[in-house]
Design a protein around this ligand. Structure first.
Ligand SMILES: [Mg+2]
Length: 352
């Protein structure tokens, strides 16, 4: 559980560091305490957490790395944004299965220079715990360690685990799509890629570092679609579902392969996020198709299913259809301006 792993060091320094880390853990425990609720019987402070699984449900577990230099940069992202995004990745996976989160666990490695920066650490937890509070998911434990390279050379490394529950046998999978189904997505596409591009621009970065969760910031503060996912499951609307973490082209390919089907997208139907308007025209479609981290849901439904225009307050748009794979037919195609093109998975590799 929330423990401290102190690397071997000269004794006094190790003791000093341990004392510092224990104080840090105590502070987190205090702050996370108000979240102990729902299915959590025992949280931070024992060897394991104890979670009660609601009757008629089964357990979902997901884990995601958030690595400095790969998923975020400390000179680009505010600590609130880093904390928020760390948890949002895990929650979005629970949303994609139609589940609800029961508890979250965070393993965090901080370079010494960051661990000593109390405002940074507090703001990181502010970002993470605000999202946890919004979705009523308790922080039930984790681990804390000094990042191996100390001083300014070290990296912030965060590994989030989210445990959730879905109705027994009903969790939404990637593998349920059949030929003839229609393809839908929630919300809008390309916003996260557009905002990331703005963040790379030094002039806009200053403004974006002040951004808060209350604004519309698809990259800095994505909204995992938990209520929409649960609604898709409860109302038996979706035959397959995946969250858009790697980009529409890559995640649709995952869904197609898992279901053994092919797909046709219609470029004119794709819901563009308003932020994509700031991109040059050629980059707008690229952001929508390949820009990652929109954290919307991509799902399929039978052609005869009446899918509402909004689910749990989020817009739903039909963007294509599922077809039978035939010899020489590409896995995915896209119709744009009357012509059909092969669509290859080219999801973004973020900051790499
Ligand atoms: Mg996922």
């Amino acid at each position: 559980m929330l423990e401290s792993n102190v690397p071997t060091k000269p004794r006094t320094r190790a003791k000093e560091q341990q004392a510092g880390e224990l104080a840090l853990i105590e502070r987190i425990r205090e702050r996370a305490g108000g979240l102990a609720a729902g299915g959590l019987r025992l949280g931070i402070g024992d060897d394991c957490a104890v979670i009660r699984v609601p009757r008629g449900h089964e357990v979902l577990v997901t884990t995601d790395f958030s690595l400095e230099g790969r998923h975020f940069r400390r000179d680009w992202h505010s600590p609130e944004s880093i904390g928020h995004r760390t948890l949002a990745r895990g929650l979005s996976d629970i949303a994609a299965m139609g589940g609800r989160p029961l508890a979250t666990f965070l393993s965090l490695a901080l370079p010494k220079s960051v661990a000593r920066d109390a405002p940074w650490v507090d703001s990181f937890w502010d970002g993470l715990l605000a999202l946890a509070r919004e979705h009523e998911v308790p922080l039930a434990g984790g681990d804390m360690a000094g990042s191996p390279l100390q001083g300014d050379a070290g990296f912030v490394l965060a590994d989030i685990v989210v445990v959730g529950a879905a109705l027994k046998g009903r969790a939404l999978r990637r593998s349920g799509a059949r030929s003839g189904d229609l393809l839908y997505c929630t919300g809008a596409l390309g916003g996260a890629a557009a905002e990331l591009k703005a963040l790379a621009d030094q002039k806009q970065r200053k403004r974006l570092r002040q951004a808060t969760v209350s604004g519309e910031h698809p990259h800095l503060f994505p909204r995992p679609r938990l209520a929409a996912g649960r609604s898709l499951l409860r109302r038996k609307l979706a035959t397959a579902c995946i969250d858009l973490s790697d980009g529409l082209s890559t995640d649709l390919a995952h869904l197609c392969r898992a279901s053994g089907v092919c797909a046709e997208l219609d470029a004119a139907l794709l819901p563009a996020h308003p932020l994509t308007a700031a991109l040059p025209p050629a980059e707008q479609i690229t952001a929508m198709l390949h820009g990652g981290e929109d954290y919307e849901l991509l799902f399929t439904a039978r052609a005869g299913t009446r899918v509402p225009a909004r689910i749990a307050g989020v817009a739903v748009t039909r963007i294509g259809r599922v077809v039978t794979c035939r010899k020489a037919r590409p896995l995915m195609t896209i119709v744009a301006e009357g012509s059909r093109f092969e669509l290859k998975p080219q999801g973004w590799e973020h900051l790499r």
